[in-house]
Design a protein around this ligand. Structure first.
Ligand code: URP
Ligand code: ZN
Ligand code: ZN
Length: 469
């Protein structure tokens, strides 16, 4: 039997912090306590011992929004499940929830099979899927129960933008909600008013506006706020729980605040880039801004402040990345037309360290909130808790040993994501992942990967949005 003792850990959970040892047998945490060697002969005989003195020990990060190997806008995101999840492990993310996206005219099961082919036997980190429904019809409706009860997926995403490829209408949303509710699942949404966005894109193109900055100018905050409000209203009609992905702006958050007055279960995700980057990057000379073309786009500094406050106030529950990298050659598909720049940016590797450096060390969030939004809340909301998302006896031994003092510089030269630029080039941050442990195995130590292709396990999930406030 494989066993691991982590001594002198400063354990941080979403509710506590304390000094203790952690004893792991095989993949699971077996004991937590002071000086375990004195009280447990098994701990004393552990086959591997790590001294974590001076470091924090966090539960493994959960990134609830990634797109590995995603066919999108005429190309595919540049990280596959192997490279993307390994990059995540380097940055303390042990689990991702990716999106299996239905092709319009095809079935949900066909999409799910495709995503299993992409991930099974390849993913280095643990992974689960959300199902993205792009074509809700009687055939799709008939698949929902099986997807939840047999395939381990309890969250169904809709896109309110990207008309002609991914977007669904309101009738499809309300009917999907009705079906999903019957089997204890939740509908989640990309909220932008797709028709307004398409109108503004067409207007800019007609005026001969081609540069990357027209991406943000075609996707205003009001279009996001409108769709966010509409999504919440639709869900309120049937008393459905809901989750809004990648919220970016104060205007959308104000709709959430408004809805908090009525009895409605609303979960909100933002992504680290919306907290730390702003729209000024789109207005740089030349094609530089293409690196940040993502949807919704980066917003203003006041929106960053609103999102940080939203995290503190409990209106924003999770921080993901929407990791969807494209290399510069791919971005250049939109060199002469901003609307053809593939949407998405790299980030899965840096979420935990950025949230610590920019959030905890700048007193914007507490250590407990940091753990909650990067790990515990996504686990609870998406039916992975308590297997994932905490440090407790019986939980998977997914642990991050983190040096809170070490400074380092983010760069394309040192990151592990398969992308030929960094969205954070030259950023100096404090706090670094020293060791990432996945199910009791040291996966990455001091920047060295110790596990590889196929180490990750598929996680079946039940009950998204259930039994969680
Ligand atoms: O720009 C983005 N976000 N690309 C990925 C697809 C999506 O909208 O989440
Ligand atoms: Zn989206
Ligand atoms: Zn996305």
């Amino acid at each position: 039997m494989k066993s691991l003792l982590i001594k002198n850990a400063h354990i941080v959970t979403a509710t506590d912090q304390y000094e203790a040892d952690i004893y792991v047998e095989n993949e699971t945490i077996h004991a937590i306590g002071k000086d375990l060697c004195a009280s447990s002969s098994a701990a004393k005989a552990a086959t591997q011992v790590i001294d974590a003195k001076g470091a924090y020990v966090f539960p493994g990060g959960i990134d609830a929004h990634t797109h590995m190997d995603l066919p999108f806008m005429g190309t595919s995101s540049s990280d596959d499940f192997e490279s993307g999840t390994l990059a995540g492990l380097h940055g303390g993310t042990t689990t991702i929830i990716d999106f299996a996206i239905q092709t319009q005219g095809s079935s949900l099961n066909a999409a799910l099979n495709q995503w299993h082919e992409k991930a099974d036997g390849k993913s280095v980190g643990d992974y689960a899927f959300h199902m993205a429904v792009t074509d809700f019809n009687p055939k799709t409706r008939a698949e929902i129960k099986e997807i939840v009860e047999k395939k381990g997926i309890s969250s169904f995403k809709v896109f309110m933008a990207y008309k002609g490829a991914l977007m669904v209408d309101d009738r499809q949303i309300v009917e999907l909600m009705e079906e999903v509710k019957k089997v204890g699942g939740m509908v989640i949404a990309h909220c932008e008013n797709g028709d307004v966005v398409d109108h503004l894109i067409a207007e800019n193109k007609a005026a001969g506006n081609t540069a990357p900055k027209y991406h943000v100018l075609s996707r205003p905050a009001v279009a996001e706020a409108e769709a966010s409000g509409r999504f919440m209203d639709i869900a309120h009609v049937g008393k459905h729980p809901l989750y809004i992905v990648h919220m970016t702006c104060a205007e959308a958050l104000d709709r959430v605040r408004e809805n908090a007055k009525r009895d409605q279960k609303v979960f909100v995700e933002t992504c680290v880039q919306y907290l730390v980057l702003d729209e000024s990057v789109y207005f740089q000379e030349g094609f530089e801004g293409s690196k940040y073309v993502m949807s919704p786009p980066l917003r203003k500094k006041k929106d960053q402040d609103a999102l940080w406050a939203g995290l503190k106030q409990g209106l924003v529950h999770t921080v993901a990345t929407d990791h969807c990298p494209f290399c510069m050659e791919q971005k250049k598909m939109g060199l002469n037309d901003f609307s053809k720049i593939p949407n998405g940016a790299p980030g899965v590797e840096h979420r935990m360290e950025l949230m610590f450096s920019e959030g905890v060390l700048k007193n914007r969030i507490s250590l407990q909130k940091f753990v909650d939004v990067t790990s515990t809340a996504p686990a609870r909301i998406f039916g992975l808790f308590p297997r994932k998302g905490t440090i407790a006896v019986g939980s998977d031994a997914d642990l991050v040993i983190f040096d809170p003092k070490e400074s380092h510089t983010l760069s394309v030269k040192s990151h592990h994501m398969k992308c030929d630029y960094s969205a954070y080039e030259g950023w100096k941050i404090t706090g670094r992942v020293k060791t990432t442990i996945l199910r009791g195995t040291v996966a990455v130590d001091q920047g060295k990967a110790l596990v590889g292709k196929g180490f990750g396990k598929y996680l079946s999930r039940a009950g998204s949005g259930q039994n969680v406030e």
